[in-house]
Design a protein around this ligand. Structure first.
Ligand SMILES: [Zn+2]
Length: 64
């Protein structure tokens, strides 16, 4: 797998469930590619922050 495909799959994983083949291919690529590992770490942090923000927004109706 090339980096372009790996980063695309990592982004797709936020929106849809990857197939077994895609997951395995991505993981194998990440083991040997520091750049993509860093990218995945970044988007996972972004996703966590987004979820936390949405959760905070939903539980704080006084904040307009
Ligand atoms: Zn890569």
């Amino acid at each position: 797998m090339i980096c372009e495909n790996a980063t695309k799959l990592a982004s797709d994983a936020l929106d849809r469930r990857l197939s077994i083949g895609e997951t395995v291919g991505l993981k194998l690529h990440l083991i040997g590619c520091g750049a993509c590992s860093g990218f995945v770490r970044q988007i996972n942090v972004m996703r966590t922050v987004t979820r936390r923000y949405v959760a905070t927004d939903a539980t704080d109706p006084n904040e307009t």
